[in-house]
Structures are given as structure tokens and as C-alpha cells.
Write a protein that binds this ligand. Structure first.
Ligand SMILES: *Cc1c(COP(=O)(O)O)cnc(C)c1O
Length: 438
């Protein structure tokens, strides 16, 4: 047994507990100063404070029972109605979930159960562009739906012809992203949805990332391709409130074109000795705080607030993209126009560049297909765009001159990326997780 702290016989004081927690956070990713380019969607201290109050106000309430807490039911149905209107889904119906992954799990389960009931499909498959979020692989794994993974087109968007060729008699779902996380580009949703409709198959748009950004980007005059229920053939969508909705963590939603389709998501059990059990999504107990905080932020910001934040994010992302593209040796992947993107290099070791930036306090995600560094831009990054670019120019020039990069994770990413057997790479990561969670 590893030596772990036991439950002490005596408790600590309120103050000591909090002091200890603050001490333990010393090495956490520094998102407050905009140094972290993933994981935290920071829109400022006023928003964080509102979320904290709204969340704690409802943190004991349980969204499992809509009858016990009409307040939560109102919050949830209003959040869903707002989303349905943003996504032009007049008849759309859905549920809130704990996050993008749960929304995606639910969309896949719904498609599987719909196809089983309506078409008698017992060996379901779904057709996925290579850039879709791993939550779809997780759904495939959990629900025994075979993933058919389709390589991307040269512009890093889904390849419509290749997707069409992958649809077969057992296909229950086709998926596109708006946008996909790795390269930040929106898949050709209109074409994919038309193809799925022609084949009589459900089509899901994963707008986990873009759901609460794209409608506002469009209003601001940005070039946003069709991605929502206005597109014929789109049958479900996922959108994360806890990303560009700026809600507290634990809030996402899934919407279907109709309530009839949503019914395949619900779970009910009428034979329990504990009474009738009904649950809308994966979770049993559903934290009231997350639902309440999501409602609070939509009310607090309103359309005006979201437009302002979207403008800041899109302007900052453009500044960063132009700055990066101007650094000798660096290039953007595809043509990202929104708030996330990746850059790579034909001449520099991009992972070494990641280590050099990390030594200067910048935390960037490493990508593998192809090797690249990734940025997810939030309002908090507006004030650090210039210092970031200055550091990037210096680090890239230093690497180009042959100076060694500081020691970091470059060797590990290089090794993992180069393993020809991907199962071997997956096993390596599993061992790594064992060690981390020991
Ligand atoms: C973040 C994300 C998800 C998964 O969301 P979680 O909240 O992390 O579970 C799914 N799809 C896309 C495109 C995402 O960016």
C-alpha cells in the first residue's frame, strides 16, 4: 500500500482547510494570467464571481427529480429553449448534461436505440471524421457501436466522398464537427447532412466547442458556414455551456430535432423496490449548481455580452494566427477562422518549440496528427497575445540557430507519435495513467 494521508481522527478548522487547499494549488496551470491555452474558458472575474454564487446557491439541489425542484426544471428548460433558438431548431428538444462527453454519449446511445427500434439494426456502426472528439470513440466503446474512422481531406475537414463511401446498411449515425477541436475548422455540414438524409441515417453536429461562439460570430459578420438545425438532415447537436457559454464546469446540452427522437435517450425502470426510476441522461444525481450557474450566465451576459466576448475572442485569435504565420518556419494547419487552431513547422522540431515556450511559462497542447502545437483562445488571452508572440518569435529563432531546447516532453511525444503500433501507444498511456492515479 502506498503511504497516503488517512482520515485524521480530529478535523481541521474551516480556515486551515482552505489554507491547505490554496497551498496545494501552487503548481496548478496558471490560467488566471492567460498562460494556459486549453482547459479553462476564462471570461473575467465578474463572471467567475457570479458563477460561484449561483453555483453555491444551488449546490445541494438535485436535478434528478424535476418534480422536487421546479426551480431547476425552469433553469434547464430555459437554457434548452435559448439554445434551440440559437441553433434554429423550432421543434428541438433535449436535456442538459454534465459535459460534452456526456452529451455525445447520449447522442450515440439515442441513435443506436432509434436504429434498433425503427430499423432492426443489431450491429450498429457510426461514421466519424478523424478529427472528431475522442468522446465518440468512448461512446463506441461503451455502447458497442463500431466506429468507422474516415481520414480527413487535405484541408483538415471531413472528406464528404470518403464519408459517403463508409456509410453502410448498419450505419446508425454520421457525425460532423462545428468546429473540430484539433484544427478549428468547421466540417462541410450541409453536404454531410444531405448525404446522411439521402441514406436515411441520423446526423449529429458536434458543436460542443462552437455552439456558443458561432451564432455570435455570424452576427458579428464573420464567415460562419451553416452548422445547425436550419440545415436539412441535421438530427442532433451537442453544445458545451462550460466552454464558450462561460458557465461553471459540469454544463453542456444535447438537442434533437424532435421530442420523439429524444425519447430514445431516456432511461426508465418501473420494477425497482425503491419505486419508479426515471433518468434523462447518464448521470443519476445531477448537480443543481451546474444547471443554475448555466442559467445565471446566460441571463447575466445576454446577447450583448456574448457578442462582446465573441468579438474579443475572434479578434485575439486573428492577431495570434497572423503573428504565428509571420514567424519564419511556422505555419497554420488548414484555414482556421475561429477561436482554436494548430500550427506546425517543416523546419523546426515543433515539440521542442513547445518545451521552449513551456520554460517561459506558456502551456500549449501538443498534437500528433500531424505534430503540432494547439491554441484555444478565450477573452483572457487578449492581453497576452503580444507577449506570447514575442516569446514565440524568440524561441523559434533560437531553435533555428541550432540552440538546444530546454528539457521537456518533446522526446516522449516524438516517441509516442512514431510508434507504428497504435495499440502499443495506447498501452503506454494506460501505464502512465496507472502511475498518475496511484
Ligand atoms: C471539449 C469538446 C468535447 C468534449 O467535451 P467535455 O466537456 O470535455 O466532455 C467534445 N467535442 C468537442 C469538439 C470539444 O471541443
Amino acid at each position: 500500500m502506498p503511504k497516503t494521508p488517512r482520515l485524521t481522527s480530529q478535523g481541521m478548522s474551516h480556515q486551515d482547510v482552505l489554507a491547505k487547499m490554496r497551498e496545494l494549488r501552487a503548481d496548478d496551470a496558471n490560467w488566471r494570467e492567460g498562460r494556459t491555452w486549453s482547459l479553462v474558458y476564462n471570461a473575467g472575474e465578474d463572471i467567475r464571481r457570479l458563477l460561484a454564487e449561483a453555483y453555491t446557491e444551488f449546490m445541494s439541489e438535485n436535478g434528478l427529480s424535476p418534480l422536487a425542484f421546479p426551480s431547476l426544471r425552469t433553469f434547464e428548460s430555459e437554457v434548452l429553449a435559448i439554445a434551440a433558438e440559437l441553433f434554429q431548431g423550432e421543434t428541438a428538444a433535449g436535456t442538459m448534461t454534465s459535459g460534452g462527453t456526456e452529451s455525445i454519449l447520449m447522442a450515440v446511445k439515442t441513435a443506436r436505440d432509434f436504429a434498433r427500434a425503427e430499423k432492426g439494426i443489431t450491429a450498429p456502426e457510426m461514421v466519424l471524421p478523424a478529427s472528431v472528439h475522442p468522446a465518440f470513440q468512448k461512446a463506441a466503446h461503451y455502447f458497442d457501436v463500431k466506429p468507422i474512422n474516415v481520414p480527413l481531406a487535405a484541408d483538415f475537414r471531413a472528406d464528404v466522398a470518403a464519408m459517403r463511401a463508409a456509410v453502410g446498411p448498419n450505419t446508425v449515425l454520421v457525425v460532423g464537427s462545428a468546429p473540430a477541436y484539433p484544427h478549428g475548422v468547421v466540417d462541410p455540414i450541409t453536404e454531410l447532412a444531405a448525404m446522411a438524409q439521402e441514406k436515411g441515417v441520423l446526423f449529429h453536429v458536434d458543436a460542443c466547442l462552437g455552439g456558443f461562439l458561432l451564432p455570435f460570430a455570424r452576427k458579428l459578420g464573420h464567415d460562419v458556414p451553416p452548422f445547425d438545425f436550419a440545415v436539412p438532415g441535421v438530427t442532433s447537436m451537442s453544445a458545451d455551456l462550460h466552454k464558450y457559454g462561460y458557465a461553471a464546469k459540469g454544463a453542456s446540452l444535447v438537442l434533437y430535432r424532435s421530442a420523439e427522437l429524444r425519447r430514445y435517450q431516456f432511461f426508465t425502470y418501473a420494477d425497482w423496490c425503491g419505486g419508479i426510476y426515471a433518468s434523462p441522461s447518464m448521470a443519476g444525481t445531477r448537480p443543481g449548481g451546474a444547471i443554475a450557474a448555466a442559467w445565471a450566465i446566460l441571463k447575466y451576459l445576454g446577447e450583448e455580452g456574448y457578442l462582446k466576448l465573441a468579438g474579443t475572442v475572434l479578434d485575439t485569435a486573428r492577431t495570434l494566427r497572423e503573428g504565428i504565420a509571420a514567424v519564419p518556419g511556422l505555419k497554420l494547419l488548414g484555414e482556421p477562422k475561429l477561436s482554436v487552431f494548430a500550427f506546425s513547422s517543416d523546419t523546426l522540431d515543433i515539440y521542442a518549440l513547445g518545451d521552449a515556450m513551456e520554460a517561459r511559462g506558456w502551456k500549449l497542447d501538443r498534437q500528433m496528427g500531424p505534430p503540432a502545437l494547439h491554441l484555444m483562445v478565450t477573452p483572457a488571452h487578449a492581453k497576452v497575445a503580444e507577449p506570447f508572440l514575442a516569446d514565440l518569435r524568440e524561441c523559434a529563432a533560437s531553435l533555428a540557430s541550432g540552440a538546444p531546447a530546454p528539457e521537456g516532453s518533446a522526446a516522449m511525444y516524438g516517441m509516442l507519435g512514431a510508434m507504428p503500433d497504435r495499440r502499443e501507444a495506447a498501452d503506454f498511456i494506460r501505464q502512465f495513467m496507472d502511475a498518475i492515479y496511484e
